[in-house]
Design a protein around this ligand. Structure first.
Ligand SMILES: [Zn+2]
Length: 279
């Protein structure tokens, strides 16, 4: 039976960057996929960049065969008074007013389209807009909600542990690997180091988050090659997100895309044992 699937994408790239194999698989078996992107607007000065980002996102969606909806919320760097920095993006609060506004828009979309399943970002890597998207999807408690590991943030396995409540420790070898990870080396500066280390120590021991369990993983060589081609369309983003070619290739060609689910969530996908590992 074909399904109507909604993917919540915080930015103009997250769904394609994180779920291209799943999207290609679902569309090939007759499902429909809609991507609702939340934070699609920058400042007036940044209009050219955001127009270019929307154009490459539309091209990627067309190559995948998915439909796009843009919700036009202001991207994080333009919602806060403090200057943009790696530390600020990871530590800014999620703001209840933004979460409520996102929930309201998503509720309208869910009511008008009869979706069977929604995919929401897990919040891997702590980006404030990704945490807003996770919180909004979690609060909506839609009948079938799965959470996806976002890329490139999932390159650091500890990021996933931090979101899913698994024990995690940050020793010297972790920090060496962390600061040399491609996207982190692009966006962080020396002045971020101390604050990020303190934030991770605090977040790594956080206990109140909802408990999530692994639902399924997908890796298929042919789909992986197609996903790499789709991700490469994001020309304004990939040079900074993936400055190391080997890391980029490994992530998209050799690493499964993994979905998570709230523990004990009443989800028909789980009841029907409709797993997607073997394709
Ligand atoms: Zn994002």
């Amino acid at each position: 039976m074909s399904r109507n699937i909604l993917i919540i994408s915080p930015h103009l790239d997250d769904a394609a960057l994180s779920l291209s194999q799943h999207i290609l698989y679902w569309l090939a078996k007759g499902d429909t996929v809609t991507i609702a992107t939340l934070f699609t607007r920058g400042s007036v000065e940044q209009q050219t960049l955001y127009t270019a980002r929307k154009a490459e996102d539309l091209e990627a969606a067309a190559k995948l065969g998915a439909t796009s909806i843009y919700l036009n919320f202001l991207d994080a760097p333009f919602r806060f008074l403090e200057p943009i920095s790696y530390t600020n993006i990871l530590s800014w609060p999620t703001q209840p007013s933004i979460e409520e506004a996102v929930m309201k828009e998503l509720t309208t979309i869910l009511h008008s389209h009869q979706f069977d399943t929604i995919l929401a970002p897990l919040g891997v890597g702590n980006h404030v807009d990704h945490r807003v998207a996770f919180n909004a999807a979690h609060a909506l408690s839609y009948k079938q909600t799965l959470y996806y590991e976002e890329r490139p943030y999932a390159i650091v396995p500890e990021h996933i542990q931090m979101r899913t409540g698994e024990p995690v420790s940050f020793d010297a070898s972790f920090w060496e690997r962390y600061w040399s990870t491609g996207y982190i080396s692009s966006f962080s500066e020396q002045k971020d180091h101390k604050n990020i280390m303190e934030l991770y120590e605090k977040e790594g021991t956080r206990a109140e988050q909802p408990k999530l369990v692994r639902h399924s993983s997908m890796h298929n060589h042919k789909l992986a090659q197609q996903s790499l081609a789709v991700v490469s369309l994001y020309k304004t983003q990939t040079p900074a997100l993936y400055p190391h070619p080997q890391e980029f290739q490994d992530l998209y060609l050799n690493t499964p895309e993994t979905l998570w689910i709230l523990q004990a969530h009443d989800n028909p996908l789980m009841q029907n044992n409709c797993r997607v590992e073997k394709i």
